[in-house]
Ligand binder design. Structure first.
Ligand code: ADP
Ligand code: VHF
Length: 267
């Protein structure tokens, strides 16, 4: 069955998680980054407005320093993000350049998107970039986003950031690339008989329970945070497709309305 509403999407936010950018051995997944650059550049050439929300600063930072696990200490995590973000952008810039696509970087913190004047500034910057045919690449400013008692600067995770960026740019669709084909009735990495949901219209407590449990090794989100992102989108009458970042080329089929991944929309 064709997802008819998706066919109308012109402004699309793509969120890619750490697990799609970093291989299980901690090295960079170069073929995925290259494929992402190709598909998004191609979409931009075809007149879609594309915004990329990327994770990976900490994961790439670990790779640069040859470390194999996230340090517990916050300041060291900040330092890793600061190191990794530069390398991550360097990789994106190189890959996108192969397809003659210009990109830019926006690093956001929660206080920016909570505070009306700075939120408007972020909206203006994004809209100016899109009008220049540039693909904005957004991440949380992890090097400085640390929650204080009375000053909340962290989004929590990049799934939420993806939903907030979709709201900022008034996107038609958020495509969330994970390490799994979609939302299942139980964790498919544990249960062989898990069944995928093709459509979700409401985020219920029962769903949240099905999505419980930890996510991948280098990321932070897990399936629960994808449901929280979907909830933010629902509140803004926006839509999301959760799909597997291992098959980036399918993004074009998703936009063509093909039934891939889990489609979150309110009836
Ligand atoms: N009901 C569920 N359906 C799908 N995945 C689930 C479910 N419950 C838990 N998970 C776990 O969530 C993981 C995806 O989240 P996450 O590791 O944060 O991915 P990413 O880093 O790509 O965003 C899956 O690999 C799986 O282990
Ligand atoms: N801003 C962090 C992202 C952390 C995060 O949410 O990761 P993921 O669950 O892989 O999307 C980083 O760049 O490392």
């Amino acid at each position: 069955m064709t997802r008819r509403n998706i066919l109308k999407s012109r402004r699309i936010v793509i969120k890619i998680g750490t697990s799609s950018l970093i291989l299980p051995n901690g090295k960079i997944n170069l073929s995925n980054i290259d494929e992402l650059a190709f598909v998004l550049s191609d979409l931009n050439n075809k007149g879609y407005e594309v915004i990329l929300v990327t994770s990976g600063a900490v994961g790439v930072g670990l790779n640069v320093l040859g470390m194999d696990k996230r340090p517990a200490d916050i300041a060291t995590q900040q330092a890793l993000a600061s190191i990794g973000q530069v390398e991550l952008m360097s990789l994106y810039t190189q890959m996108f350049r192969r397809y003659s696509q210009k990109v830019s970087q926006l690093l956001l913190t929660r206080d920016v998107t909570d505070f009306p004047t700075s939120r408007e500034n972020a909206e203006n910057a994004l809209s100016a970039l899109l009008s220049m045919n540039i693909i904005p690449i957004v991440n949380e400013n992890d090097a400085i986003a640390v929650d204080e008692m009375d000053h909340q600067t962290k989004f929590g995770d990049n799934d939420k950031l993806g939903a907030i960026v979709a709201k900022l740019v008034d996107a038609d669709l958020l495509i969330m690339l994970s390490d799994i084909d979609g939302l299942y009735d139980k964790n498919p990495t544990i249960y062989d008989d898990a069944q995928i949901f093709r459509e979700i219209h409401e985020i219920t407590d029962e769903l949240r329970e099905m999505a419980g449990g930890a996510g991948s090794r280098f990321g932070t989100g897990g399936m629960t945070s994808k449901l929280s992102a979907a909830q933010i989108l629902f509140e803004n009458r926006q839509e999301m497709v959760l799909t597997n970042g291992a098959r980036i080329r399918e993004i074009r089929e998703i936009i063509a309305g093909k039934e891939i991944g889990t489609y979150f929309y309110r009836k």
